[in-house]
Every structure is written in C-alpha cells, then in structure tokens.
Design a protein around this ligand. Structure first.
Ligand SMILES: [Zn+2]
Length: 286
C-alpha cells in the first residue's frame, strides 16, 4: 500500500487541495512547506520525479494551514509520508484531476507548471535549476532514425497533398529504431486510424512539440514520461494510413500539438540533425 501514498511534499499539497482547503496558505505565510527535497531530478521536465532507485526520504511538513477541524484531521493523517521517488496510481490520478481542474496538461506528474499552479515555493527552486541548465550549452537534438533513411517524393513533403500533409515522411526499413530527437516529456501516446501508433513529445528546449507517427507497435513510452535526446521511442512502421514503412514527423510551435501551436516545415531541422549524426538522407523516392 505504500506505493499509493509516497510522493512526499507534492502529494501532501495535493491531498490538502483535494479536501477543498486553501493550499496557498501552505506556500506563503509561516513556514511554508519545509520539505527535504527529493534527490536531484532526472530531467528538468519532471522535476519532482526521481529515479526509481532513489533512497527513501522523509518529508516533514510544518505549514500552518487554516482549515476546519475535520479538514485538519484529514491533513494530519497525510503529512508524515515517506517519499521513495515513485508515484502511485492513486497520486497520479489525483494529480490528473487537479491538472484537469486547473486546465493544465494532464500528465499525472508534478511538473513545473503544476507546482506553480499549486503555488509551491518548491517550484521556484526547480525553475531556477532549469534556467541554469537551459543556460548551459546543450546539444540541439539527435536525428530520430537510427539507420539508413530517405525522403519520399513530392507527395510526402511538408504541406503536400493540397496542404493537408502536416509533416514530412522519412522512409526507413520497418523496425528501424526511433529515438527522441530532443529532451522533453511525453504528451500523447495513442493509436489513431490515420496516424497509427504515435507519440507526441512536448517541453523540448526549443519549446516545440515533436510528433512521431506510424510506429510499428505501441511506443514503450507512457504519457508523462521524461525523455532525453536519444531515448527509444519505438520503431519505424506503417501502422495507420501509411504507404510503406516511414516516420511521419511533425514540429509544432508552442504551446504545441492541437493546443494552440501550429506545424511548420521540419525539413531544415531534420537535415541539421541528420548531418550532425553523420546519417544524411539517401536518395529520395517518388
Ligand atoms: Zn506523412
């Protein structure tokens, strides 16, 4: 049962929220959340998610929260928890409910956006850490196809088919490994009739969403997972409405995939990644 109540400060704030009490008072005023931060986050995109093997950390909460007597009881029941870096399913769905209510991306993870919405002081520490990381030089991305590839013909370029084609098709042998081009977080992993198995990665350093379609089988990634450039995404396939095995790749401007962003031609970016990876395009087909 420990798994369902093991997220430390985040879970506590969330539970407080779920009782209907104001969590804002936990974030300002006297004390705030005196949490022992979990070990350094694996990635900036999911700051409070630690590695699975992280040692247990005791979180003590000393916030003075104004609550009714019954609410106080329910909060006190929840304040002393052990955080082992894992997030139980109960906590994930509670986070999703909260994110849904606040119209945040429903990742089920306590990402920076969510921490800020909770008005947790902790969020500023994370934001500072992320800003320092962003300031450091970082690789611009990795070419996503781990093997020989080539562009298609005129019908598979960006805005082909009378503008309907929102991405670019990159042909490669079925089963060729695919990796994330940029670090980020999995926004969507689904199957749809046209896209087949597909994955959307958001929160990349450039603020864009990257879309990978027609994967041979379901991606091993799950919504909310943090990825690095080079993290396996799946393999090249032809699921959905695909004529031959290929990666249909899209780039969306912030705020991203069907969330207010728009697609733009990813060809130059792909070419740059391919050149850097020493894996330039082979001859195009028609
Ligand atoms: Zn396509």
């Amino acid at each position: 049962m420990r798994g369902s109540r093991t997220t430390g400060a985040i879970a506590v704030a969330l539970c407080t929220m779920m009782t209907g009490a104001s969590v804002a008072s936990a974030a300002d005023g006297t004390g705030g959340l005196a949490a022992t931060p979990a070990p350094a986050p694996a990635t900036p995109a999911s700051p409070a998610v630690t590695t699975q093997s992280a040692p247990a950390t005791v979180i003590k909460v000393t916030a003075a929260v104004s609550l009714t007597r019954s609410q106080t009881k329910s909060v006190q029941r929840r304040v002393h928890v052990r955080a082992d870096g894992r997030i139980g399913t109960g906590t994930r769905s509670a986070i999703r409910r909260y994110q849904s209510k606040k119209k945040l991306m429903r990742t089920g993870r306590p990402n920076l956006q969510t921490l800020r919405a909770m008005k947790l002081k902790f969020a500023e520490t994370i934001a500072g850490r992320m800003a320092r990381k962003a300031a450091a030089p970082s690789p611009d991305g990795t070419f996503p196809i781990q093997g020989p590839w080539h562009y298609g013909g005129a019908a598979t370029t960006f805005r082909a088919r009378g503008g309907a084609h929102q991405g670019v098709d990159l042909f490669a042998a079925c089963g060729t490994p695919l990796v994330a081009a940029s670090p980020g977080q999995v926004r969507t992993r689904k199957y749809e009739a046209r896209a087949g198995n597909y994955v959307v990665i958001t929160g990349t350093p450039g603020g864009e969403d990257e879309v990978y379609m027609h994967l041979k089988s379901r991606s091993p990634l799950k919504v909310g997972d943090a990825v690095q450039a080079g993290t396996p995404v799946g393999t090249v396939g032809d699921t959905g409405d695909a004529d031959g095995c290929h990666l249909h790749f899209e780039l969306w401007t912030a705020p991203g995939w069907y969330a207010g962003g728009h697609t733009h031609d990813p060809t130059a970016t792909l070419d740059a990644w391919a050149a850097a990876a020493g894996n330039p395009a082979g001859a195009a087909t028609s």
